[in-house]
Design a protein around this ligand. Structure first.
Ligand code: HEM
Length: 218
């Protein structure tokens, strides 16, 4: 016979949030690890995994606007003071448990989505500058390569507009943004760990199953 004091669980993360999250983790990891510039520009794995990151982020942002339940941005729209207070309480082990994203998580998620978007956008610009867009026609590639060579020649003369090894400034901004995003990801994982311990629940498992216990949330 089922006991009545069994904790109940509720569906919190829909499949789009869950599959999207883990697909984003894979796509970002592949893009980051394949990001070292070869002599002739970024490798195709980097370019296509970067497109995948951009696509997943775009779908998630759209879902935040038109989706349902805890996936909606309006479900985790908190003022900055609320987030700061929550963060301080969380560190002291006094924060109330939330079913959807907590106020602290909400700001980390916004920062991650913004940095991922900026990283992809600068990657697209740097890539089209270098003429390495895989969709470019063979003719386009020849012209773009000529432009890239011209840029490289200019970078050796202009001493500043282009970075080391002829890499464009936008390329360097792209690299810096990818590293900032990685820093945020490390903080995000630490935050997930702290919240999991503080509220005695496995948030990573919840991001797989979509379910969380209910009944003791604030
Ligand atoms: C490329 C690396 C990662 C990125 C870009 C990322 C990004 C995100 C984003 C955007 C969300 C919000 C989910 C949504 O509402 O759609 C989220 C939530 C979450 N992520 Fe990640 N994540 C990354 C890695 C990880 C890893 C490695 C873990 C596990 C250790 C993890 C665990 C979680 C959990 C548990 C949540 C839900 C947090 C909550 O309960 O409020 N993430 N992540």
């Amino acid at each position: 016979m089922a006991s009545t004091d069994q904790p109940t669980s509720v569906q919190v993360w829909d499949p789009l949030v869950r599959y999207g999250h883990w697909a984003l983790v894979i796509a970002f990891a592949v893009a980051y690890l394949s990001g070292e510039d070869e002599a002739g520009g970024p490798d195709q794995l980097h370019v296509w995994s970067g497109y995948a990151v951009g696509f997943i982020v775009a779908v998630r942002v759209l879902w935040g606007l038109v989706g349902t339940g805890h996936a909606r941005f309006s479900d985790f729209a908190y003022g900055p003071m609320t987030a700061l207070r929550y963060f301080a309480d969380e560190l002291r082990g006094r924060a109330k448990r939330t079913i959807g994203h907590s106020p602290a998580a909400a700001y980390m998620i916004a920062a991650l989505l913004l940095c991922l978007t900026a990283t992809v956008a600068t990657g697209l610009v740097a890539n089209s500058d270098a003429g390495k867009n895989p969709r470019a026609s063979a003719h386009g590639l020849v012209i773009a390569q000529a432009h890239a060579d011209e840029h490289k020649g200019r970078s050796e003369r202009d001493g500043g507009k282009h970075g080391k090894g002829g890499e464009s400034v936008v390329g360097e901004v792209h690299e810096a943004l990818a590293n900032i995003t990685l820093g945020l990801i490390i903080l995000h994982i630490l935050g997930v760990g702290v919240a999991s311990v503080a509220h005695r629940e496995n948030l990573v498992a919840a991001m797989f199953s979509g379910r969380k216990r209910s009944g003791d949330e604030g």
